[in-house]
Design a protein around this ligand. Structure first.
Ligand SMILES: [Cu+2]
Length: 281
């Protein structure tokens, strides 16, 4: 029994590794939905997988609707997300600049925020004078970057998807048909999409006691979160002295700088940040 449980864990591990290798859009929920109970199989799970010639995952895009015409008239809220893919020069510390790749000339790219069940209509446009093609792999969708491919300079392409799963998801350039994805992402082409749950967020419950008519009773209070929201997006820059992407340094993990929200020391208070830039600390 214990051994069979181990098989289930192994299968889950394979699925997760497959997800990260393919840059696909699985979520934990979807993976759980595809799991099966190895203890009910007549043969061992590993033996069965071996006979199948390996695990064959059912890709989520196999059942995801991505036709913009159909989705636009589905009665759902349609949220347009129009971004450009552009190479620009951006400042780093020490009075230098580096050759960044961006969505909308900013790092990170613009944040997309929708409600679970909304249709996202994403259009990626590459300006005429851009030096390379770009793609966009949106992890909140159920379409793979390979299916979206990449857009050449002077062109734009749209795809639609239903934001089915609430959460915070990365989106990032998928390179030129997946080639050079490391360069494009590490040079700044990343951002996040927030999908708020359709039922909203749970309230905070505080349970204390109170005295009512001389008796001590439970006193439950519910509070809205009313929280201060902020985003911290972390990235590493691997640069040559001229400010170009350095793949050799990336493979050796020799990063030139770490950035939060596109800035070195981007998470420290402004006055400290300014002092660092000016060399006062
Ligand atoms: Cu790109």
């Amino acid at each position: 029994m214990r051994k069979q449980y181990g098989y289930i864990l192994s299968i889950a591990t394979v699925a997760v590794v497959g997800m990260s290798l393919l840059g696909s859009t699985f979520t934990q929920t979807q993976i759980a939905g595809q799991s099966f109970d190895a203890s009910k199989l007549e043969t061992s799970a590993l033996e069965a997988i071996h006979q199948m010639g390996g695990l064959q995952l059912v890709m989520p895009e196999a059942f995801a609707e991505t036709d913009c015409g159909t989705l636009s008239n589905s009665g759902r809220e349609v949220v347009e997300f129009n971004v450009t893919g552009e190479s620009v020069e951006l400042p780093i510390m020490g009075g230098k600049t580096y050759n960044a790749m961006t969505f909308d000339q900013q790092v990170p790219g613009p944040t997309l925020r929708v409600t679970q069940g909304d249709v996202v209509k994403m259009t990626l446009t590459i300006p005429d004078d851009e030096v390379t093609a770009h793609g966009n792999d949106m992890h909140a969708s159920q379409i793979s970057a390979a299916a979206f491919e990449s857009i050449n300079p002077g062109e734009s392409k749209t795809y639609c998807y239903v934001a089915e799963v609430p959460g915070v998801f990365k989106y990032h350039c998928s390179g030129v048909k997946l080639i050079g994805m490391d360069q494009h992402v590490l040079s700044g082409m990343y951002g996040i999409a927030i999908v708020d749950p359709i039922d909203g967020y749970k309230k905070l419950m505080v349970e204390k006691t109170a005295v009512e008519n001389g008796k001590v009773v439970k006193d439950r209070q519910f509070y809205d979160a009313d929280a201060l929201e902020f985003q911290l997006q972390y990235n590493q820059l691997y640069l040559t002295p001229e400010g170009n992407y350095d793949a050799g340094a990336m493979f050796k993990h020799h990063n030139t700088a770490t950035v939060v929200n596109g800035m070195q020391f981007g998470y420290v208070p402004n006055e400290v940040h300014n002092a660092l830039i000016k060399g006062l600390l």
